[in-house]
Design a protein around this ligand. Structure first.
Ligand SMILES: Cc1cc2nc3c(=O)[nH]c(=O)nc-3n(C[C@H](O)[C@H](O)[C@H](O)COP(=O)(O)OP(=O)(O)OC[C@H]3O[C@@H](n4cnc5c(N)ncnc54)[C@H](O)[C@@H]3O)c2cc1C
Length: 480
């Protein structure tokens, strides 16, 4: 079959690119190896609970938020409902319990009340975040500088640094290897005064994007893995793909002028591009590493956590052993008794995820696929049980009555993420955003292959992936 565009993968980047291209009249084929669209942006059900896989909070919508324009352009505004997340996050360690609002003025005032000696540093931190684009364009910011170095330069109090880094896991596992340039834009976008969750879960957004593709004549093939990009006369001309469900394996071939890759860039190089074609790209990727992965414990409650006494949407817990920024990375590799985590209480704002009177929550922390690889099935399951039990005990300490309210718990590891997204090491944000991270790997792509995912130039998260998909579509439309 011939198409204008073939898209490999139905994560947010692939779906957004597909929706825009189909809406502009292009004949689109999208293949997805999993049984549902969305990649990380999916939900799954157990008993009568709907569990969110990959969204705690999405930055925006705000006045300067490109997603507002994208959602409007794709006709999504009536198809999904964005719920305002009440606070940015609550931070708890042994010395502090602080709630950071999304409003930057309020956030500064609150932090200054706790840390009056750091008033100037707090002002500087927020000035950089709120003016990140101007600063990146006009100031000679060192691309090799890390967030950790920036905080050490401007903030004196170690607890204040930790509080500001409460949600570091949204981006990376270590402040000293996270690019300041990337952080300023990404963290700054959460201070637009608002952040949101998608009512009913992120699957609603992914499904709505599939609808746009199909309503505009495009084809979305779930349960179909693309195995190879076909070259003719040294030019990519199509793909080979096969079904992942069913008794007999069928292999299909499709041709198109342009190929959009939502699958990871390492998979493109190592699996999809044949022979030598990946070599140039692979050389340019030297030094780039897959970014962090996450472990999640999904909780279904027989009564909502609100009833049990919790008042916060997301609470970040830092163990007493984290005293300075330098302790964060070792802590992310520590046992689950001490590892930092976030508790998300979805029932604070979305009642669609559980039946009336019940609730859904999740605990999430940085984790590493290598810690789970090579275990036999029994050991793997036992380790999951130990993790669930350890985290439940820690949540009970935080919210007495947590255990009694619990009806269901399940652990998803980095290997779970890897299995459902095929991302190497279960990476959820694409390449690690290390200081000075080279971008020229993108220029080594054949001119009709595009990256629309967290592995592209905008980085990971909902916003990064959506922008990557939309901009890719615009690039193709302009070219054609
Ligand atoms: C637990 C968790 C919490 C998160 N929390 C947040 C949050 O609060 N806010 C936020 O902004 N972001 C969050 N994220 C990150 C965010 O969800 C991801 O960065 C983003 O969704 C990645 O989108 P993507 O387009 O790169 O595709 P991915 O989600 O990586 O999906 C890629 C898709 O391609 C498919 N695929 C791969 N190879 C092939 C192939 N060869 N053939 C066919 N299909 C293929 C996969 O099956 C998958 O569906 C979270 C992620 C997780 C896992």
């Amino acid at each position: 079959m011939n198409y204008d565009i073939i898209i490999i993968g139905a994560g947010l980047g692939g779906l957004t690119a597909g929706a825009k291209l189909a809406k502009q009249g292009k004949k689109v084929l999208l293949t997805e190896q999993h049984d549902r669209p969305g990649g990380c942006a999916t939900t799954f059900t157990r008993k009568d609970f709907t569990f969110e896989v990959g969204l705690h909070e999405m930055d925006g919508p705000g006045p300067r938020d490109l997603k507002v324009k994208i959602f409007r352009d794709l006709g999504l505004t009536d198809k999904i409902t964005l719920l305002d997340v009440p606070e940015f996050y609550r931070f708890v360690n042994e010395r502090y319990d602080v709630v950071i609002p999304h409003d930057p003025e309020e956030a500064q005032a609150r932090l200054t009340a706790f840390f009056p000696d750091d008033e100037e540093g707090i002002k500087t931190y927020y000035y950089y975040l709120l003016n990140s684009r101007k600063i990146l364009a006009e100031e000679n910011l060192d691309p090799g500088k890390s967030v950790g170095e920036f905080l050490d330069e401007h903030i004196r109090n170690d607890d204040l640094k930790l509080i500001l880094l409460g949600n570091l896991g949204y981006f990376h596992d270590d402040p000293y290897t996270l690019s300041l340039m990337y952080y300023l834009v990404a963290q700054g976008s959460y201070y637009g005064g608002k952040a949101s969750f998608i009512k009913g879960g992120s699957q609603k957004l992914s499904n709505a994007l599939v609808d746009v593709i199909e309503e505009n004549g495009g084809t979305v093939k779930l349960n179909h893995l693309t195995t190879e990009i076909i070259f003719e006369n040294d030019r990519p001309v199509g793909v080979r793909y096969e079904n992942t469900k069913g008794k007999t394996k069928e292999v299909f071939t499709a041709y198109a002028g342009e190929i959009v890759v939502n699958a990871s860039v390492p998979a493109l190089v190592n699996k999809l591009l044949p022979g030598n074609h990946g070599k140039e790209l692979s050389d340019k990727m030297e030094g780039l590493k897959p970014g962090a992965s996450l472990l999640t414990v999904y909780f279904g409650f027989c009564k909502s956590l609100k009833e049990v006494g919790n008042s916060w949407y997301s609470t970040f817990i830092f163990d007493p052993t984290i005293k300075t920024q330098k302790d964060i990375l070792p802590n992310n590799h520590s046992e689950f008794e001490t590892r930092g985590f976030t508790l998300v209480d979805y029932s604070q704002l979305d009642s669609d995820l559980a039946p009336a009177g019940k609730g859904v929550g999740a605990v999430c922390c940085i984790d590493y696929a290598s810690d789970w690889e090579g275990l036999d099935r029994e050991t793997y399951l036992k380790k999951k049980d130990y993790v669930a039990e350890t985290i439940i005990a820690r949540c009970e300490k935080l919210i007495p009555g947590f255990r009694d309210a619990l009806e269901y718990a399940e652990v998803g590891t980095p290997l779970t993420v890897k299995r459902y997204t095929l991302n190497p090491e279960g990476a959820v944000y694409g390449f690690a955003q290390n200081p000075g991270k080279p971008m020229d790997y993108l220029s080594a792509l054949p001119e009709n292959i595009y990256i629309a995912s967290a592995w592209g130039k905008f980085g990971g998260g909902f916003s990064g992936s959506i922008y990557s998909g939309y901009m890719t579509a615009l690039d193709i439309l302009r070219k054609r």
